[in-house]
Design a protein around this ligand. Structure first.
Ligand SMILES: [Zn+2]
Length: 329
C-alpha cells in the first residue's frame, strides 16, 4: 500500500497543499486563497474540504501517515500558529489539533524556513547530512538549523532566526522593531533598498534609475547585473559581502557541513554565491576555512514549500521509530 503525506504551506496570499510520497513525488497539488475568509473556521473548512477532495481522487490503495504545515509563526511544540503578522487571523490557532481531529493522523506545524530545512534533509541536497543550515531568501530572510540530524527548535520554537541578528546597530529599520537586521540587507526587499541607496549616492548611469521601488524586483536587478549594469553589480557585491560576513559568524555556533541558499536571490547564481563565499572565507575563523560548503538548494521549484511541509511528517515518523528502538534497547 502506498504511504502518503500531505504538505501545506500557508502563505500570506495563497495556501498551497499537496499529497506527497516518500520519494518526494507530488501526487496531487492545489491551492486555496488564504485571505478570502474572515473567520479561521471558514478558512479551515475550505482547506479541509479541498484536501479531502484531493485524497478521494488518489488512485489505488494508500495510507495517509500525517500532515505537515509550514507557516509564518508556526509553533512546533504547540502545533499552533501564533500572532502571524502576515495572516488576518489574530491570536493563537490550534491548527495541528484541528487537522488531527479532522483527518485522524498526526499533524506537525513549524515555520516555513524550518520546513525548508527538513525538506532539504528528506528530499534535497542535504540527504545524509547531519549538520547544515538553510537560508531562505524571500521577501525576508528565514533560516533553519539542523544539528546532529535534528531540527533546532529551541525553548520557544524560534531558534536560529539569523535574519534578525544585527549587521549594523544604527542601520536600516526592520519589520521586527529592531534596526540593522540581516534581512533588511539580504532579502528581496534588502537588495532593493541597497539599489536605491546606490542610485542616490552615486552618479553612474544605470538602467534601474527611474524605476519605482514597488516595481523594482530581484529578477530585474539580476537581469541588469547580467547585462553589466554597474549599480546592479555593486548591489549584488554588497549583498553578498553582508551575507558572507554574517555566515562566517554564524557557523561558529553549530559548525555545519554546508549552508544552503534557497529561493529568490539565490536564483541569481554566481552573482550572489561568489561574493558570499569570498567574504565568508575571508572572515572565517581560520580553523573553519575551506571546510564549509555554500550550495544552492535542490528544492528550487514550485513544489518546494509543499515538499518542505510534507517532509515534517517523514522526519517526525523517523524520530518516533528512533525513540521506539531506543526504548527496546
Ligand atoms: Zn529584524
Amino acid at each position: 500500500m502506498r504511504e502518503l503525506t500531505i504538505g501545506i504551506d500557508i502563505g500570506g496570499t495563497n495556501t498551497k497543499y499537496g499529497i506527497v510520497d516518500k520519494e518526494g513525488n507530488v501526487v496531487f497539488h492545489g491551492s486555496i486563497s488564504t485571505t478570502q475568509h474572515e473567520e479561521f473556521k471558514d478558512y479551515f473548512k475550505s482547506m479541509a474540504d479541498a484536501m479531502q477532495d484531493a485524497l478521494n481522487n488518489v488512485e489505488g490503495d494508500y495510507k495517509l501517515l500525517g500532515i505537515g504545515v509550514g507557516a509564518a509563526n508556526g509553533n512546533y511544540y504547540k502545533g499552533t500558529i501564533e500572532r502571524a503578522t502576515n495572516l488576518r487571523w489574530k491570536g493563537i490557532i490550534p491548527l495541528a489539533d484541528m487537522l488531527t481531529e479532522q483527518f485522524h493522523v498526526p499533524a506537525i506545524v513549524t515555520n516555513d524556513a524550518n520546513a525548508a530545512a527538513v525538506g532539504e534533509m528528506v528530499y534535497g541536497a542535504a540527504k545524509g547530512m547531519k549538520d547544515f543550515i538553510v537560508i531562505t531568501l524571500g521577501t525576508g530572510l528565514g533560516s533553519g538549523f539542523v544539528c546532529g540530524g535534528q531540527l533546532l527548535n529551541g525553548k520557544h520554537g524560534i531558534a536560529g532566526e539569523v535574519g534578525h541578528t544585527t549587521v549594523n546597530y544604527a542601520g536600516r529599520h526592520c519589520n521586527c522593531g529592531k534596526r540593522g537586521c540581516l534581512e533588511t540587507y539580504v532579502s528581496a526587499t534588502g537588495i532593493k533598498r541597497t539599489v536605491y541607496k546606490l542610485l542616490a549616492d552615486y552618479l553612474e548611469p544605470s538602467e534601474l534609475r527611474g524605476i519605482s521601488f514597488d516595481n523594482l524586483s530581484t529578477k530585474m536587478i539580476t537581469e541588469s547585473a547580467v547585462r553589466g549594469d554597474a549599480v546592479a553589480l555593486a548591489a549584488f557585491e554588497y549583498t553578498g559581502r553582508i551575507l558572507g560576513m554574517k555566515l562566517a559568524e554564524t557557523v561558529v555556533h553549530t559548525d555545519p557541513e554546508a549552508i544552503f541558499l534557497f529561493g529568490g536571490l539565490s536564483l541569481a547564481g554566481d552573482l550572489i554565491f561568489k561574493p558570499t563565499i569570498k567574504h565568508m572565507e575571508a572572515n572565517l575563523m581560520p580553523v573553519f576555512r575551506g571546510k564549509i560548503k555554500v550550495l544552492p538548494s535542490l528544492l528550487q521549484n514550485q513544489a518546494a514549500p509543499i515538499l518542505g511541509a510534507s517532509s515534517l511528517v517523514w522526519n517526525y515518523l523517523d524520530n518516533q521509530n528512533l525513540h521506539l528502538k531506543e526504548a527496546i534497547i
